[in-house]
Design a protein around this ligand. Structure first.
Ligand SMILES: [Ca+2]
Ligand SMILES: [Ca+2]
Length: 396
């Protein structure tokens, strides 16, 4: 071999050895990176950003998994609260939403009661015997039940049993006595509500039973089990009815309200009936304006008044006026209590609005109508009175 050939070979070898070293693993990246028309720092930044995104994605996946586990736990709790007598078929894979919407139909347990009516003393003896399979209300898988007993005709008189801690099958064996005149028995409903006692929070209602006494044979002593149902949301109590006439004369700005009579008023006094009187009040722009009241009729639930009140209301204000009629029970020793009320005016609804518009449509003619009294809180809420401040008489 001559010099030139050896030098060519060494050159070739050295270039070969070079290529072998450059094709070594870490430099594959280099060659790839070199092909990308971006500076190194930009590539590093992109790599870091991609890494961060991947990390975020992983965190999301982990969180979702945890949530699902929690939901499953909730489902289990709800299922546990469904009473054991529920068929297994209905327990097969319920959706969480199905469970929530179906809460109303949930089993709440049963209550055993007894009834005994004494036709001579007009006493109804209600026995609260025991309950079974009550709904679980507390996280420990039990409840702390007690029962509230009352009649829909007098909701102020409520009896309570003792609280039984941590049981779904309490034995109460307590009895309570109500006075009901025989004539009122058929229209009265006995209500028993089972509550769960909680030391540090609101007591929850487990369920209730409503028994219209008209459906019960009170000639004999009754002892029965009754399925508890969801508590009815609004306690509709009969407060009574009132009849009055309205007359408006635009030319003289005179609004005449004649309180005629009331009937079927709620009994307010423990010993006796009620001592009703009626307040007639005008409200202008949500503020108390003028007020008058009838005489007191003692110890009656169907008082006859026939008392007239005249208010001066200019025609331009009649649109902004509410007429509030409230029936009160007078008490000698304590503060008088409202039995019920209602209001008329352009903001009123149904029967009340009709009466008001009849009055406006028939100027100078008295229009009389019966109205049902409504719960005081409901009417006050609708009226939304702003202040107790009395407005001065507007100059007309
Ligand atoms: Ca409890
Ligand atoms: Ca009274």
């Amino acid at each position: 071999m001559d010099n030139t050939t050896t030098s060519a070979i060494t050159a070739a070898l050295s270039s070969l050895s070079n290529t072998t070293t450059t094709t070594a693993e870490p430099d594959i990246f280099d060659s790839i990176l070199n092909k990308i028309p971006l500076p190194r720092w930009a590539l590093i930044a992109i790599a870091v950003a991609a890494g961060l995104l991947l990390l975020l994605f992983l965190i999301c996946i982990i969180k979702c998994c945890c949530c699902r586990k929690k939901h499953k736990k909730k489902e289990k709790l709800n299922l546990a609260s469904i009473n054991g007598s529920t068929t297994t078929a209905s327990l097969v894979q319920p959706d969480l939403e199905d469970l929530e919407s179906g809460l109303e139909d949930e089993k709440r347990g049963q209550l055993q009661y007894s009834l005994e009516y004494d036709f001579r003393s007009h006493e109804l003896k209600v026995g609260v015997k025991q309950a079974s399979d009550l709904k679980v209300m507390d996280s420990g898988g039990t409840s702390d039940p007690y029962v509230i007993v009352f009649l829909n005709s007098d909701m102020r008189k409520k009896y309570e049993t003792k609280v039984y801690r941590k049981t779904l099958n309490p034995v109460f064996n307590e009895s309570f006595i109500f006075q009901i005149p025989q004539a009122e028995v058929a229209e009265t409903t006995l209500v028993m509500q089972v509550y769960d006692f909680n030391r540090f929070s609101k007591h929850d209602i487990i369920g209730e039973m409503r028994l219209p006494l008209g459906d019960v044979d009170l000639q004999h002593v009754t002892e029965q089990w009754h399925e508890l149902t969801a508590a009815s949301k609004v306690e509709q109590e009969h407060l009574g009815e009132i009849c009055f006439s309205l007359r408006y004369v635009p030319s003289t700005s005179k609004l005449t309200v004649v309180i005629l009579e009331a009937k079927k008023l709620k009994r307010m006094d423990a010993h006796g009936l009620s001592d009703p009187y009626v307040k007639v009040q005008l409200i202008l722009n949500k503020k108390k304006w003028k007020k008058k009241k009838t005489s007191i009729k003692r110890n009656t639930l169907s008082p006859y008044f026939n008392e007239a009140f005249v208010f001066e209301v200019p025609f331009n204000l009649i649109q902004n006026v509410d007429l509030v009629i409230s029936v009160w029970d007078h008490d000698k020793m304590t503060k008088d209590e409202q039995i019920g009320k209602l209001f008329l005016g352009c903001r009123a609804t149904s029967n009340q609005l009709r009466h008001w518009s009849d009055m406006l449509a028939n100027p100078r003619r008295p229009v009389a109508q019966w109205h049902s009294l409504q719960p005081v809180e409901d009417v006050d809420k609708t009226l939304g009175l702003k202040t107790r401040f009395k407005l001065p008489l507007p100059n007309s």
